[in-house]
Design a protein around this ligand. Structure first.
Ligand SMILES: [Cu+2]
Length: 357
């Protein structure tokens, strides 16, 4: 009898160590979408999840449609929509060269019942844009350069996700929510004009922290798993309502993405993801944003792009960090057709930590 006893004394703790991973799909690295996908999953009644995400995005150079365009070409050939007003040259004379965006996002999810998961997300955004200013009204003589910076809280999103079908490694859900205009739309900065003056002006739309409008958020996500393979797809829309206090509304945004993932070990899965995004032009205009620069023209916003992203999801399956998730994703555009001239995306990085209780 003794050997048998010894055996079960070993087997029992081993069973406990393995069971949670095998029995609860929540503890798989691939039971969450790649970290760049928001609001992908629901929770069981009573569960709370906290998340922190950091995103870095780099943009550089400009496009008109799908074609790259040089700074000199923009400064000598693209008409300035404000031409004719005092001090406004006939063509654009300030060209943005690079833009960096850093965003910190804090999120909480809570399921009061199995049928509804509530989520809230807030952000803090820093933006930095470098520019080249061409001298005077024409020609390609460069006067100098300048940087503008803004930072502050962004818009807050509140949403409910409803699981439509769930079980056996499959989930289909629908999301409905609202984006609350908590981010500023009146950020200013010091610029260098073609006439060598350095006034402080309201900065263009791309540098503002929020949309200024209440936006409707809608989406649906489908995720499934077969053995060590996982897949998923999401459609998400941001629909602007009304016009903000500054007299404009950002373009509506429609995003569709699909991914496949592979689980290499109980604690790690990797993924490849494609995302297509269509964004509308800005409607209306902020009368305080007037400058011979492409970003000051509401028509130079929106367009279509396709991005590819490689990612990894990790989950601690034991120790003091058990249940903590870490997700990283690195993305770059494959295709961009932009209402331009408009700055093009170069690459983006996202890192996120999630923990459910
Ligand atoms: Cu969650």
């Amino acid at each position: 009898m003794k050997p048998k006893y010894r055996c079960s004394a070993f087997a029992l703790p081993m069973l406990f160590a393995v069971m949670p991973v095998a029995a609860h799909a929540d503890n798989r690295p691939d039971s969450h979408a790649p970290i760049g996908v928001m609001a992908d999953h629901t929770h069981k009644a009573g569960q709370v999840m906290f998340s922190y995400r950091f995103m870095h995005m780099d943009m550089g150079g400009s496009r008109i449609g799908a074609d790259s365009v040089t700074s000199d070409t923009i400064a000598t050939t693209v008409p300035n929509r404000f031409s004719g007003r005092p001090g406004q040259p006939p063509t654009l004379r300030v060209v943005p060269l690079e833009m960096r965006t850093d965003m910190h996002m804090l999120g909480v999810m809570y399921a009061p019942v199995d049928q509804v998961t509530l989520m809230a997300m807030g952000s803090y955004v820093s933006r930095e844009m470098s520019h080249r200013t061409y001298q005077g009204g024409m020609g390609s003589n460069v006067l100098g350069g300048f940087d503008t910076k803004t930072d502050g809280i962004g818009d807050v999103s509140l949403a409910a996700i409803v699981p439509l079908k769930k079980g056996h490694g499959f989930e289909l859900n629908a999301k409905a929510g609202v984006s609350v205009p908590t981010g500023s739309t009146t950020e200013t900065g010091t610029v260098l004009t073609p006439m060598a003056m350095q006034p402080e002006l309201r900065l263009p739309y791309a540098m503002q922290n929020g949309s200024g409008t209440w936006d409707v958020l809608a989406g649906t996500t489908m995720m499934g798993r077969t053995g060590n393979w996982g897949w998923g797809a999401q459609y998400a829309a941001t629909i602007r309502t009304g016009t903000n206090d500054q007299g404009y509304r950002l373009g509506d945004k429609h995003m569709a993405t699909a991914w496949i993932s592979h689980k290499h070990a109980p604690w790690i899965s990797t993924s490849i993801r494609i995302a297509g995004t269509s964004t509308g032009r800005i409607g209306g205009i902020d009368p305080q944003i007037v400058a011979p620069v492409q970003t000051a023209d509401p028509d130079n916003y929106g367009g279509e792009r396709i991005d590819i992203a490689l990612g990894a999801n990790l989950i601690a399956t034991g120790g003091s960090l058990k249940g903590y998730r870490l997700g990283i994703e690195l993305g770059t555009p494959l295709y961009q057709d932009l209402n331009g001239p408009q700055m093009e995306g170069d690459w983006m990085f996202m890192l996120g930590i999630q923990k459910a209780f």
